[in-house]
Write a protein that binds this ligand. Structure first.
Ligand code: NAP
Ligand code: MG
Length: 400
């Protein structure tokens, strides 16, 4: 069998723990036998990030800017426990945070649906895509542990010397403080990414914030979205038969739960973080959630929404059998290969991505799946297998 050729390399970002194991297996069993794979490889595994002083993360983001399409494995975001476990020189920042900030991207997360796993929310019939703003707010915060009585102020000093000052609080005793920011330009990029994505998938776009309480901060998000919608996208939305709809975050939550699905829900950074886990879990499994970072100038980074599945990795290290679900990571690869095919006009590569996804879903529908799905399965008889056996079943399907 002749392998499918590629013209431009994919930016490949390897990662950590259980997903790093799955990464190598997916390549070996599902990609390399069929595609003459061209990648520019960056090892974002924590040991190598530490060796390079996290330069490798920056290099991989720059490569994504250069080539346009990346596929990323889940990576550890270090905390105190990881400092000792990996003997780190520094508590490196989240690679995803670094990459998102460098690409000024918006993250779109959508569940992969299979017939035997019924959403917890009975009314949901179609996927709900969460669009998460990927810059600023609490992820770029400055915090103070207030030691005792004193006055906290918010001060802005303009380059022209102008000063804006407000009292935050007169502390009578110890407390805590947090400063957050965002940028009009980043909010505008977020809005453009959402409107364009909605048009490309022909789905309604919802947006929600807490503008009634946050009358300047959140209200600015609402205003920028509305201005951009009215000036640039209204006519296109009407022509496509889709709508843009703004509502308060609490109202949005209630409406989402009563909906049939099939729309994009744009959220601020923190809301998107939390709501995407809620939506993923309610659709069945975090292991079935895909994630793509889209920059306003059209660069794409595909990954699974879940982490490195540490608990399974520790069992794997002890030699125990693990059944970790590779589906979202497979879809990260298929998404990236399809996008590469689209940009380079390689219809065979695009068709391969479709086949890989179909083979994956067919194997599950035939009743062969990892343990997490077997526990949720309500279809015909099913068999829980380990990760390797599941990937081999997909490879067999691809060969035939
Ligand atoms: P996690 O890796 O997503 O895993 C949490 C739990 O969810 C697992 O223990 C497992 O539950 C279940 N799960 C997640 N993915 C699964 C899969 N593919 N197949 C089967 N079960 C799956 O989250 P975490 O344990 O909070 O974080 C672990 C590490 O990942 C952390 O170091 C964190 O920094 C990192 N992380 C990275 C990313 C990223 O790179 N995008 C995102 C989130 C977290 P059971 O144990 O009950 O089977
Ligand atoms: Mg999260």
């Amino acid at each position: 069998m002749e392998k499918i050729k590629m013209t431009t390399p994919l930016v490949e970002m390897d990662g950590d723990e259980m997903t790093r194991i799955l990464w190598a297996d997916i390549k070996e069993l599902l990609i390399l036998p069929f595609v003459e794979l061209k990648t520019e490889y960056y090892d974002l595994g924590l040991p190598h990030r530490d060796e390079t002083g996290d330069q490798v993360t920056i290099d991989s983001a720059n490569a994504t800017k250069k080539y346009g399409v990346a596929v990323k494995c889940a990576t550890i975001t270090p905390n105190a426990q990881r400092m000792t476990e990996y003997k780190l020189h520094e508590m490196w920042k989240s690679p995803n945070g670094t990459i998102r900030a460098m690409l000024d991207g918006t993250v779109f997360r959508a569940p992969i649906l299979v017939s035997g796993v019924k959403p917890t929310v009975r009314t949901w019939q179609m996927p709900i895509t969460i669009a998460r703003h990927a810059y600023g707010d609490v992820y770029r915060n400055v915090e103070i542990d207030v030691p005792g009585a004193g006055k906290a102020e918010l001060v802005f000093t303009g380059e022209d010397g102008q000063e804006i000052r407000q009292t935050i609080f007169d502390f009578k005793g110890p407390g805590i403080l947090q400063g957050v920011h965002n940028l009009d330009a980043s909010i505008a990029s977020f809005a453009h990414a959402c409107f364009q994505y909605a048009l490309s998938v022909k789905q309604d776009l919802w947006f929600s914030t807490k503008d009634t309480i946050s009358k300047t901060y959140d209200h600015t998000f609402k205003d920028i979205f509305q201005e951009i919608y009215d000036s640039t996208y209204k006519a296109q939305f009407e022509a496509a038969g889709i709508t843009y709809f703004y509502t308060l975050i609490d109202d949005a939550v209630a409406r989402v739960v009563r909906s049939k699905g099939g729309f994009i829900w744009a959220c601020k950074n923190y809301d998107g973080d939390v709501m995407s886990d809620m939506v993923a879990t309610a659709f069945g499994s975090l292991a079935m959630m895909t994630s793509v970072l889209v920059s306003p100038d059209g660069k794409f980074e595909y990954e699974a929404a879940h982490g490195t599945v540490t608990r399974h990795y520790y069992r794997y290290l002890k030699g125990e059998e693990t059944s970790t679900n590779p589906v979202a990571t497979i879809f990260a690869w298929s998404g990236a290969l399809r996008k590469r095919g689209e940009l380079d006009q390689l219809p065979e590569l695009m068709a391969f991505a479709d086949k890989l996804e179909k083979a994956t879903l067919d194997v599950i529908e035939s009743g062969v799946m990892t343990k997490d799905l077997a526990l949720l399965w309500e279809g015909n008889e099913c068999k829980a297998v380990n990760s390797r056996a599941f990937l081999e079943a997909i490879a067999d399907k691809m060969q035939s």
